[in-house]
Design a binder for this molecule. Structure first.
Ligand code: G6Q
Length: 547
């Protein structure tokens, strides 16, 4: 058990921040920028090809100094080192947390329980690369001798969101004659729509499940097996059309997949931190081993930066501390992530799991109820689309919504002046949120008096801008690692276990139990509350009528 003394709200830096917030909390960004001509440069930092401009946060130099002190008092340096050294920092599951080892170069040593895990990591990466190449060059044939053209990843949560996001983000680098599909939902529609136009003889399923016991994934995998064997007319087809990604070889074999076609990983890789493990097999098939390696290098560059850079210039630390400042001192309940890059359209969904499953916790590492708020709700949509929907609330709503804008200087698909317009929108939105539009400015435009209040923007709304040269595999890796370590930083400050997910476990158990009750005709089986019992009865009745 770790014990951190004193609790967060008794840390000297926390108390100083409370007093400091009373002094600076009402300052307007207009004022802060007017007082310091160099603010834009002063409050920015760069690492692994990513530039972070955090000057549009409601902070002063003193805020930053106190936040850094808070990180020190909370033992962030020691906790990060413990993670990188393979200590069991996931206390409730008594596990090491070593996703950083998944992207360590071959010549690095990362020990877990005294064993260097890097050779194991690279052995799997090499096998993945060999397999990916065989799919990509057509050497791996389906059961009927046809080349594989469709890859369907079956997985959910951490075994789905990373690959979905990465395949979409790096589609520009993909082998275009391979069709990538993802099935996660136990809703039969997901499987049905993903496969309806596919030829089984040309389709490979990757069953991706760390535990190989997840209801949704095993249900979809069984349906896929029946789909393949039904269409190809032979159970032996499974060997050519199914591979597995898992830590559970026995369950993979029991399902009928030869463990020679299984790509393993380890219990020190959390689901939502697994996209650089074998869980990334679909990504590697899509973009090729070389691009996958470049993505890993991007992750690694940010890992190194996080571990070594001083806190005041450390991107993940800054992003994490600013989230704490906005949540705990400005009562921000949500945080919007708005990529001005169409290929990053699934990034907000990925970050939702990363942040909210990690830091959606209400007890400390010692099991005491926290006396401070923890994770905000992460959400978002690509810009500029968001500007034509929810940005209204961000500009003029009653709740402040801090926002991360993400943009790239070079387009992957140049087309006329599209990219300049895209980026002009990004910069303009961050500017408008920060500085607003005063009544005097609105009046000066000749606005009738009755309309003035409606056309005013108070401004002073926080945002970060993340800017990189171009969306490359390296840049994506650096960006995702930045958020991973930012989430870690927040969890350390809040003194919670960012690596367990007991809330997810509960759902898995409850659904299994309830599913067994639908086919029972006997009412006494319904041992829930009156609402759930009534819903189950109604469902039983109506589903029979529909048969
Ligand atoms: C992630 C969670 C969760 C998990 C899924 C799938 O951190 O643990 O989202 O990834 O429940 O689990 P399996 O990979 O074991 O099927």
């Amino acid at each position: 058990m770790s014990s951190r003394m004193p609790p967060l709200d008794e840390c000297p830096a926390w108390k100083n921040l409370i007093a400091h917030h009373r002094e600076v909390g009402n300052l307007h960004l207009r004022q802060l920028f007017a007082d310091d001509a160099g603010r834009g440069e002063r409050f920015s930092a760069e690492a692994a090809g990513i530039h972070l401009d955090f000057s549009k946060n409601r902070i002063t130099g003193e805020t930053l100094r106190l936040l850094v002190r808070l990180a020190e008092e909370c033992g962030l340096r020691e906790r990060a080192t413990a993670m990188f050294e393979g200590k069991a920092i996931n206390l409730t599951e008594r596990r090491a947390v070593l996703h950083i080892a998944l992207r360590a170069p071959r010549d690095r040593r990362v020990a877990c329980d005294g064993i260097d895990v890097v050779p194991h990591v690279h052995a799997v990466l090499d096998r993945m690369a060999g397999f990916a190449d065989r799919i990509r060059n057509g050497e791996w044939k389906g059961y009927t001798g046809r080349r594989i053209r469709n890859i369907v990843n079956i997985g959910i949560g951490g075994s789905d969101l990373g690959p979905v996001m990465a395949c979409e983000a790096l589609r520009h680098y993909s082998q275009r004659d391979l069709c990538m599909r993802f099935v996660s939902n136990v809703d039969g529609t997901d499987f049905s729509e993903a496969t309806r136009d596919l030829d089984a003889g040309e389709t490979l399923f990757i069953v991706c499940s760390k535990t190989f016991s997840t209801l949704e994934t095993l249900t979809n995998a069984s349906t896929a097996r029946a789909w393949v064997t039904g269409r190809l007319g032979d159970d032996r087809a499974v060997a050519r059309h199914f591979v597995a990604v898992s830590t559970n070889a026995a369950a993979v074999a029991a399902f009928g997949i030869d463990t020679a076609n299984m790509f393993g990983f380890w219990d020190w890789v959390g689901g939502r931190y697994s996209m650089t493990s074998a869980v990334g097999l679909s990504t590697m098939i899509s973009i090729g081993p070389e691009n996958f390696g470049a993505m890993l290098a991007g992750f690694h560059a940010m890992d190194e930066h996080f571990l070594g850079a001083p806190f005041e210039r450390n991107l993940p630390v800054l992003l994490g501390l600013l989230a704490v400042w906005n949540v705990n001192f400005f009562d921000a309940r949500t945080l919007a992530v708005v990529p001005y890059e169409q290929y990053l359209k699934r990034l907000p969904a990925y970050l939702q799991q990363l942040a909210m499953e990690s830091n959606g916790k209400q007890v400390t590492l010692e099991g005491a109820r926290v006396a401070w708020d923890t994770s905000p709700v992460y959400w978002g949509e690509p810009g500029t689309n968001g500007q034509h929907s929810f940005f209204q609330l961000m500009h003029q709503g009653t709740r402040a919504v801090p926002c991360d804008f993400i943009g790239f200087c070079q387009p992957l698909n140049p087309a006329g002046n599209h990219h300049d317009l895209l980026m002009a929108n990004l910069f303009a939105q961050a500017e408008a949120l920060a500085f607003g539009r005063s009544a005097a400015e609105v009046r000066a435009e000749g606005t009738p008096e009755w309309l003035v209040p409606h056309r005013c923007f108070e401004g002073n709304r926080t945002s970060n801008v993340l800017l990189a040269e171009r969306l490359t595999p390296h840049a994506l890796g650096a960006l995702v690692a930045l958020y991973e370590h930012s989430v870690f930083t927040q969890g350390v400050i809040w003194n919670i276990d960012s690596f367990d997910q007991w809330g997810v476990e509960l759902g898995k158990v409850l659904a299994q139990r309830t599913a067994t009750e639908f086919d029972s005709a006997r009412d006494p089986d319904l041992r829930h509350d009156s609402s759930t019992n009534a819903l189950i009865r109604r469902y039983r009745r109506l589903r029979q009528q529909g048969d």
